[in-house]
Design a protein around this ligand. Sequence first.
Ligand code: GKR
Ligand code: MG
Length: 423
Amino acid sequence: MKIKRVRVTPIAFRDAPLLNASGIHEPFALRSIIEVESDNGHIGLGESYGDAPVLTVLMAMQDSLVGLDPFDLNGLRARVIKTVAAFGPAEAGAELAPGSHPSKQVANAYSAFEVAFLDLQARSLNMPLVDLLGGAVRTEVPFSAYLFFKYAEHIDAPYAPDSWGEALSEAQIVAQAARMIEAHGFQSIKLKAGALQPEHEVACIKALKKAFPNHPLRIDPNGNWSLDTALRMAELLGDDLQYYEDPTPGLEGMAELHRRTGVPLATNMVVTDFDEFRRSVALNSVQIVLADHHYWGGLRDTQVLARMCDTFGLGLSMHSNSHLGISLMAMAHVAASVPNLTYACDTHYPWQEEDEEVIKGGKLPIRNGCVSITRAPGLGVELDQDQLARLHEQFLSIDIRSRDDARQMRKYDPAWKIKKPRF
Ligand code: GKR
Ligand code: MG
């Protein structure tokens, strides 16, 4: 089998005004959709970041993959390394999208195509992708309700407000959780924090605990709390949390926090590659690592990460950024293959609008908090070419080319600056 054609299409879709430590989401999120077609007529799909530095590499890769056997993943890796080397180091991307860091250029470009290659392999063999990863240890993959503080609408009203409304108070956060759980049956809850006063964010966790006493809870301030603040909040939180995600910056800060509290710490910020993994183990900085195949180097390297976590006695969960259904299915297939992925995965999927899915049939269902893995070949989803064209037009019509939540926040407050840690 040989690759006949590769197409990378940048797209933009509406994104809610979600608050975080770096500012606020812009009105549109960027992604790239990858199609890899082989001479047997099958097409493998992938989805990755759409920010300019990543996109430049993905675009440059297209022709170099023609003629390659889609089973030749080492050949793919060699071509990615060569292309990235030709460009030289990229500029640093958005801090809260770890995949846009310059050090991740090879890992994320490889991952974007690896998923499409594996999808193509699996379609050609008429089997679900998870079978190529060793088979499913679960066919229902649990995800968590991912709550955000948010404004009711974007500044300058680029389009009609989303249906979620404002969420700043305890009652509004509990209402957001109730709606998400009602719609999707999530069994655990994560609150994105680091945006408002820490005491208020902790009070929201307390309110969630009261409203959903049986749902494991997580809070994620994205390293925006000093060690002192993180210690103080740990005391207030008591044993309310399933895990404490990136409360304070740095491997050393996290290690000290764990040493002084014993609270299980999780991260997608201080352990984002195998070198940081090694350093974290030496310091005992984190007890749970959030995998993300988009920047951990694909589905198979995510399995390597899982094995490393198992070896070193660490837990494994999964990170997300704004994404559509191809990414959701890639996340679900690898999660289905990993026995020690015992925490519900993160996903931004409920935040994406119904009319902006790029796969046929519209948004995928999340039921009882889970995404189902079926026996459909590959990732089990097909691309809707009309939607792809429409979302590509939308990309062309806007001027966002790299995610920048701080720039967006300065539209609300021109003096706003990133300060880490802010609290
Ligand atoms: O979408 O604002 C966001 C999140 O803060 C995201 O950028 C983070 O990368 O979800 C992520 C996290 O768990 O840190
Ligand atoms: Mg996080």
